[in-house]
Design a protein around this ligand. Structure first.
Ligand SMILES: [Zn+2]
Length: 437
């Protein structure tokens, strides 16, 4: 294999804008395994043979694509197999949940080289949480054997709304002290690499779509039921973030008129306040205090509180009160999703997050509500599945976010002249091109 870390790629120089468009198209085809040879590229992209040959040549020259062994011949000269050079560099990612931190170092195709997860409280604020992330990053970089290439980018996911353009959380309900915090600037300054920040549900959706159960679907809703509730939306084969980045914030859809149901966001009757992990835990604790469930009573006695995980465990063991709590939450989530199904017509709904790892009763109640309340045409081919990547979906998704952004038309032109993103200081804090002009 050719090693491009000698800086040779840096002397190739930038590409004209009109060439970039085709370059990105060709690279995406190879990166996602849709085209494996020049002739497949010509067939699938509609680009001319000469253009394809030129762009492939540039990608090989820049060390982004490698030409492998000869593939099977379909008559004539046997084609050379083209593959993305996923070990050209590495990516650092952190997935911050309400109650956990997961960090990983991955290759450029999202393969996890090292991963570490631990409990943490997002409420501790940005200084405490992000310094811990930095310590864990250093430890990963130190201990991972055969780290490929240089650091190409950093991806951070947080459990609240993020303005994607600036990488800042905006008024996040469960993240006190984080409003407007410059997460991107902090990591960009430390690592001299481009940084992207998104909410945890969008990266979960990207993870399931790139490497999990949603692969091959163009219209998907990925719902995360953890402490809060949110959804990531894949629309027409793209992650849909919306105008400001707040698309999919379904936890704060009003589902009740009950003046007693006050949500952390300050509004009344939000779905999250009735069916989120905190709400399930509180309902479990009430049941324990009222002496309705021996198992939940046991959790309360042992730790002085009842969490959604306790309720899930009790339901797995057959506790009827816990089962009823999960079913009630599932019906609420399902009713909300039925509206989304009627509005958006996805082919797949994926249910993930800590609470969703609980027993089948929750998923069954969600499914039942969706099918009962959605229109027949919308549900005829609709699938509802549990998340397939489990606890690693977030870090895999955050890695996909970074690499997708690096190779997007907006940013590839900023660094391709330098050979790799870390070597081009102007993408250390990458902004979309239109924002710079
Ligand atoms: Zn709310």
């Amino acid at each position: 294999m050719i090693d491009r870390r000698d800086g040779r790629a840096g002397r190739i120089g930038p590409l004209p804008d009109e060439a970039l468009d085709a370059l990105v198209t060709v690279l995406d085809e190879i990166r996602f395994g849709r085209s494996r040879s020049r002739s497949e590229l010509v067939e699938r992209t509609g680009l001319g043979r000469a253009i394809v040959a030129q762009r492939v040549g540039e990608l090989i020259e820049r060390g982004l694509v490698i030409e492998g062994e000869v593939g099977p011949s379909t008559g004539g000269r046997p084609p050379r197999r083209l593959t993305f050079r996923a070990d050209g560099g590495h990516v650092l990612v952190a997935d911050l949940g309400a109650t956990s931190i997961d960090v990983a170092v991955t290759t450029l195709d999202g393969r996890i080289l090292a991963h570490h997860g631990e409990p943490a409280r997002i409420e501790a604020g940005p200084e405490a949480c992000l310094s811990r992330v930095e310590v864990l990053f250093e430890s990963l970089l130190r201990t991972t054997e055969r780290l490929p290439g240089r650091l190409w980018g950093v991806g951070i996911a947080v459990p609240g709304p993020v303005e994607f353009q600036t990488g800042r959380p905006i008024a996040p309900p469960i993240m006190p002290g984080w409003d407007g915090y410059p997460i991107r600037e902090r990591f960009a300054a430390r690592y001299r690499a481009p940084v992207w920040v998104d909410n945890d549900v969008n990266v979960l959706a990207l993870g399931e779509w790139r490497s999990g159960i949603a692969a091959g679907h163009d219209n998907v809703v990925v719902v995360k039921i953890g402490t809060g509730i949110g959804a990531g939306i894949i629309a027409d084969g793209r992650l849909h973030r919306g105008a400001q980045g707040s698309a999919g914030d379904v936890g704060h859809i009003q589902v009740s008129d009950d003046p007693e149901v006050v949500c952390r966001c300050g509004n009344l009757g939000c779905l999250e306040a009735l069916a989120g992990g905190d709400a399930i835990g509180r309902a479990g604790e009430a049941a324990a205090r009222e002496g309705r469930s021996e198992r939940l009573q046991l959790s309360l006695d042992q730790r002085g509180t009842v969490t959604a995980e306790d309720v899930a465990r009790a339901a797995s063991a057959g506790d009827p009160v816990a089962v009823a709590l999960l079913q009630a939450a599932g019906r609420r989530v399902g009713a909300m999703l039925a509206s989304i199904v009627n509005f958006f017509n996805p082919s797949l709904i994926v249910i993930g997050g800590g609470v969703a790892n609980s027993p089948d009763q929750l998923l069954a109640a969600i499914r039942e509500s969706i099918y009962r309340r959605s229109l027949p045409l919308a549900t005829r081919e609709l699938l509802v599945h549990r998340s397939s990547l489990g606890g690693q979906a977030g870090v895999i998704g955050a890695s996909s976010m970074v690499v997708d952004q690096l190779f997007a038309l907006d940013s590839i032109g900023r660094w391709i002249g330098a050979g790799e993103p870390s070597g081009a200081p102007d993408v250390a804090i990458a902004q979309p091109r239109q924002a710079a002009s």
